[in-house]
Write a protein that binds this ligand. Structure first.
Ligand SMILES: *Cc1c(COP(=O)(O)O)cnc(C)c1O
Length: 228
């Protein structure tokens, strides 16, 4: 499954340079934008070049896949920060809380309640981002924009959960900018400072509109072998 001709180190340099440039161009400090390398669908040996190049924040979309790959990598590289960027089933909450440092896909009350229960039972407290369905797409996860304030308050006040960020995945065939702007607006009025927005195709736009985290997969690791 390896792509022997894909140079992760070179691709990473390019992505870092573009992050730097778009941060500076929009009057921001490059250090305020964190690159989350999306390693879903990639095997441990394909991820190693990014770790060797100094990257420490990684995104995975499946709990079981991450459980298989990351304990071994963490034994070799310290300071890894793992982000869950795929939907979380309540029966996987325990495993996710044990493994991840940031869960970016808090998207429904049942999940908030399950997380609250687990946070009470363990000393681990991963940061939580609420996923907003900015495009109101019926097939997509996330809280509808008009329900966001109420849901964020529920998570914080009723469930005592550490909601520190918002995340969105704009509709595939639309301009991303209105969605990023909407996410930033919802964050601002809820006193939330972290914005996870922008993927390989549009991370520079995300940065222009205030992203503190960009989730970049294929631009770093090459095309994936399974669709996800
Ligand atoms: C796969 C995925 C990414 C990365 O996508 P690329 O286009 O490969 O950069 C980012 N965010 C989420 C939620 C994803 O599922």
């Amino acid at each position: 499954m390896n792509q022997p001709y894909f140079d992760v180190g070179a691709a990473l340099q390019e992505v870092r340079a573009r992050i730097d440039r778009s941060a500076r161009d929009s009057g921001r400090t490059p250090a305020d934008v964190q690159l989350v390398c999306v390693s879903k669908g990639k095997e441990a040996e394909e991820i190693v070049p990014a770790l060797e190049a100094g990257e420490r924040a990684f995104g995975e979309n499946r709990v079981q896949e991450a459980q298989r790959k990351w304990p071994g990598l963490r034994d070799c590289y310290s300071g890894v920060e793992l982000h869950l960027i795929g939907s979380l089933q309540t029966n996987k909450v325990r495993d996710a809380v044990a493994l991840f440092d940031v869960i970016e896909t808090l998207d429904r009350p049942k999940l908030a309640e399950a997380l609250a229960k687990e946070y009470q039972a363990t000393s681990r407290r991963p940061e939580l981002y609420v996923e907003i369905n900015t495009g109101r797409e019926p097939q997509k996860a996330g809280i509808l924009p008009e329900k966001a304030d109420e849901f964020i308050a529920f998570c914080r006040d009723q469930c005592a959960l550490p909601v520190t960020g918002l995340m969105c995945i704009p509709p595939a065939y639309e301009q991303a900018s209105p969605h990023f702007a909407l996410l930033a607006l919802i964050a601002r009025r809820n006193g939330i400072t972290k914005l996870s927005m922008g993927m390989s195709a549009d991370y520079e736009l995300g940065i222009q509109l205030g992203a503190t985290h960009v989730r970049v997969g294929s631009a770093i690791f090459g095309a994936r072998h399974y669709p996800a």
